[in-house]
Design a protein around this ligand. Sequence first.
Ligand SMILES: [Zn+2]
Length: 454
Amino acid sequence: MDQEDIQIIRSMPISKSLKPDHLVWHTKSGRYSVKSGYKVAQDMKAEVIVGPNCNVLMAQAWYLPVPPKIKHFFWQIVSASLPVMVRLASRGVHCDTVCKRCEIAEESINHTFFECPRSTQVWERVFDGLHRDKFPLGSIYSNQDFIYGKGLGPMALGVTHSPLPWLVWFIWKDRNNKVFQGLQSEPIDIINQALREQLWWEEAQMAARSVSSVSEPVKIPETTVRCQVDGSWKSTEQNSGLGWWCGDGENQTFFLGARYQHRSVSPLHSEMEALLWAMECILSRGIVCQRFETDSAELISMVQDPEEWPAFSALLDEFQVLSASFPHFTLSKIPRTVNVKADCLAHSSRTNKERIEDLEANVTELREDIQKLNKDMNNRFQILEDSLNRLADTLTTGREGDNSATRSTLRTRDKQQLLAQGDNVNQNAPARTVKLDFPRFKGGDPNAWLSKTK
Ligand SMILES: [Zn+2]
């Protein structure tokens, strides 16, 4: 059997509810999605692409600081799927391919944005002669690369990013106005519209961020006892780590747990296993805690919608059983930066597996030694007590001369025992009037017994 398969099989969670096995799709959740099917189809094609391609430029479109519709628009430009006249004609649409704005050249994508005189007037105003050797050029890819490369800093007051993507978007709107309505704006109006729209959008983003950061602490009552959980998983390591921390709003620790185990199927599996283990510990120790916290958004959506995560069905069944044992179970999302304690516990138990094993062995050895020592001490104190009791009897009832006789009745072993204790009793013994009253030693803590004699 393949070594890789053995690892996968060993890491699979075993259902405690004896549910029959079933097949799941190899996505994170185990559910089929068109995206994952497409990826498999692409991998199966396994075509080797020779030479440069524009994948990087296409990917970069999704990272622009603009609304999703403009990101998609840039992806269309780079992937040559924007419906300009030349592209429509190449797909069999019967249309006049000449640019409606200048009526000089064919309307290709590069012409529309970077070569049409109506567009170059916009760029000339924006750059005022700067970058003429670099932009705009005859290649759509060079021009896109320039736009992405933040070739221009913020132009309007309050705007934080380059306005170039917004200008390209508003040139497209101007082109559509001309094609569909016969209208055309002045270059300066196109620029002003683009900058205004960018300013509004960026302001709206900042307002949305500040609202969410203000409302967040209100949701979390700081006084309740909570349990934070985390899993630590690395594909190259044999073990995964689980950690949980239970405490109050003042970060006072009540209980915590850390352990390692054979590596689970995925990082998300180890998050789930950490939660289940924490729930089990909290329940079995009777700790009053019903509020659980994780930094994994996927763990929350899994718990809310178990049907969507067939790859976790065995663990989710276990979760159902455990959570039903809590009167008011809650699981909420906290930022990673707040979940440091559970994270540390999980991470250190994964990385310190050998050290933990050594410590566990040492602790067992130490416990055995202490037990042996306790037993030994009990025996010695028992002997000491017997001897002292006998000595006390002799002192209160007997004459001086009898002492030696009584003493001789002490077993040799007792004598040795007394000597071993420092022989203090013999030296203090002559105080005849003192009645020493020792309680019986009944095992347990010898110090407590000794203190009673004072
Ligand atoms: Zn044109």
